[in-house]
Design a protein around this ligand. Structure first.
Ligand SMILES: Cc1cc2nc3c(=O)[nH]c(=O)nc-3n(C[C@H](O)[C@H](O)[C@H](O)COP(=O)(O)OP(=O)(O)OC[C@H]3O[C@@H](n4cnc5c(N)ncnc54)[C@H](O)[C@@H]3O)c2cc1C
Length: 504
């Protein structure tokens, strides 16, 4: 074993494992010091098989890997995601959209830091914040992010990165195929050998013999095989978020049926239903609280909601939370072995990519100081995700025991404090401490659509902010008017989502 590590051994061949392999391989190549990378995966244990919505960061990674987006869409039967449609969260019959493009990125900055002046203006003027988002129109009209020219070329509708919905197993297989110079061992890991002095892992014990290495990455999913052997401690968010069980199922779709380019997150009586279309089916699941309903009641409720019978594919119980320390000694846990939150904002695969970026950018020497700094970052990232998800539960609903319990017991201190603070001042970038390297995180651009959708923005505070700065108000009005007019006119020219995918 040597540090800095030269040989990375990744256990697990799900999305997390293959993202780790690809990103480490690319980092080594960039530094002209290619690492040896081994992936140990077991054909006896399938990947999780759910987890299908990404954020824009996944597309950025595909580009960084030099992979062809259209090939990826075709081979993984992926679809486009412009954001999330939240149904019945504020009250039954109401919905709001969370488009993931940020209009501020294409307008002249109003200062040295990223600003929210267009959102603040829209709120002050009583307009829908989504009106200035290109993705809001594309999402609503079931469009693709490309228009087709008369010569057949496909031209991007805008500069923003969209996200995807995909079959998680197919995405993992696609990355596996593209990863070159990675040793793959099909073996079941049963334990680890550790150095008697340092406690570091020296080798894995598997049914195919020992596998030695310098640094070990635990991507074994909910099994947490390596990090548990290192004494990893699970920090539960059970008291902060109300759900603990999921019932995934698929719905068939006809070949000519239009595909929604958004995830549907549909609040139910005791949790919420996700609906994520791939090209051949809609991946769905009811995430619920089994303190309030049984699996049978959950199934009945969803069948009533959808007006059709469903066949649950599994019954998942989970303890929402994270590793207290996801890096111990020379073992780093990633993906489901390091954390799990209900998939309301697709934070899991996103979180894994950002964790890998931080590890690769700052901590490849793998010293104990690196481990401490990384653990502090990962803890913050996950706690911030948890708080962001918690915000979604600030609802007017009290129609079931679940929603009454949410209102009484599950709106966290951080959420309450923030909402009180934002009664007098509009949210901005200063309210969110940046991650190391400024990597993508849940900040004001993601909070605004949710706050707006749930009716939690204070219009008077927005008006006061605009009145204080007439020049900014004028600039914001011009930006909002021009973006709204431009996107309204442009969206109908985009290809329909299904025909775009069929054309690839
Ligand atoms: C209900 C649900 C919905 C989700 N929805 C989303 C979503 O919409 N968006 C999102 O970003 N994320 C979502 N996620 C999370 C997402 O599924 C995961 O982040 C992602 O798939 C990565 O999983 P993984 O690679 O960590 O684990 P897995 O996919 O479980 O892979 C584990 C791998 O480890 C291997 N393995 C396990 N034990 C051993 C062993 N002892 N020896 C050898 N190999 C072993 C297995 O063979 C497998 O290859 C969801 C998760 C759940 C449960």
């Amino acid at each position: 074993m040597s540090l800095p590590p030269q040989h990375f051994v990744i256990v697990g061949g799900g999305t997390a494992g293959w993202l780790a392999a690809m990103m480490l391989q690319q980092a080594g190549a960039k530094m002209h010091k290619p690492f040896k990378i081994t992936v140990v995966e077991s054909s006896k244990i399938p990947a999780i098989g759910v987890g299908e919505g990404t954020t824009a960061v996944f597309r950025q990674m595909l580009k960084q890997f030099g992979l062809d987006e259209f090939e990826f869409l075709k081979e993984t039967e992926a679809t486009i995601k412009f954001g999330i449609r939240h149904k019945d969260w504020r009250r039954v019959g109401h919905h709001y959209d969370g488009p993931i493009d940020d209009p501020h990125l294409v307008m002249e900055s109003a200062g040295s830091k990223p600003q929210s002046y267009i959102d603040i203006f829209s709120c002050a003027a009583g307009r829908k914040l989504a009106d200035t988002h290109l993705f809001a129109y594309l999402l609503d009209q079931h469009k693709a992010p490309f228009a087709q020219m008369s010569d057949g070329r496909k031209v991007a509708m805008g500069p923003f990165h969209h996200a995807y919905h995909f079959d998680q197993a197919k995405a993992g297989q696609y990355l596996r195929k593209k990863a070159k110079r990675v040793e793959v061992i099909d073996a079941l890991v049963s334990g680890v050998k550790r150095d008697s002095e340092t406690g570091y892992i020296t080798a894995l014990e598997t049914d195919a013999g020992e596998v030695a290495g310098d640094f070990f990455i635990d991507c074994t999913g909910f099994r947490k095989t390596l990090i548990s052997a290192m004494g990893g401690e699970w920090l539960s968010y059970r008291k902060d978020l109300p759900l603990n069980r999921a019932m995934p199922f698929w719905l068939d779709i006809a070949d000519d049926e239009e595909l929604t380019p958004y995830t549907t997150a549909w609040a139910q009586g005791s949790g919420w239903l996700w609906m994520i279309p791939t090209q051949s089916r809609i991946g769905c699941g009811y995430v619920y609280s089994d303190a309030h309903i049984s699996p049978e009641q959950a199934k009945d409720e969803i069948e009533k909601t959808l007006g059709r019978e469903i066949e649950p594919r599994s019954d998942l119980r989970f303890d929402i939370g994270r590793q207290k320390d996801s890096w111990i000694g020379n073992c780093l846990a990633l993906g489901l072995s390091s954390s799990f939150l209900e998939p309301l904002e697709a934070t899991s695969i996103h979180g894994t990519i950002v964790q890998l970026l931080v590890f690769i950018t700052y901590h490849l020497k793998a010293t104990p100081e690196d481990a401490a700094a990384y653990n502090a970052f990962a803890a913050r990232q996950l706690d911030d995700f948890k708080n962001f998800i918690n915000l979604h539960y600030v609802s007017e609903r009290r129609d079931t025991p679940f929603w009454q319990s949410v209102a009484n017991d599950f709106i966290g201190k951080a959420t309450r404090e923030r909402l009180a603070y934002w009664q007098n001042k509009m949210p901005d970038i200063d309210d969110f401490a940046p991650l190391p390297g400024g990597f993508a995180h849940t900040e004001q651009q993601l909070y605004y659509p949710v706050l707006d959708g749930l009716g939690l923005l204070n219009r008077s505070a927005a008006q006061a902010a605009m009145e204080k700065n007439p020049a900014l108000k004028q600039k914001a009005k011009a930006a909002a008017d021009s973006l709204t007019a431009e996107y309204r006119a442009a969206a109908p020219r985009a290809m329909p989502h299904r025909s775009f995918l069929n054309s690839l």
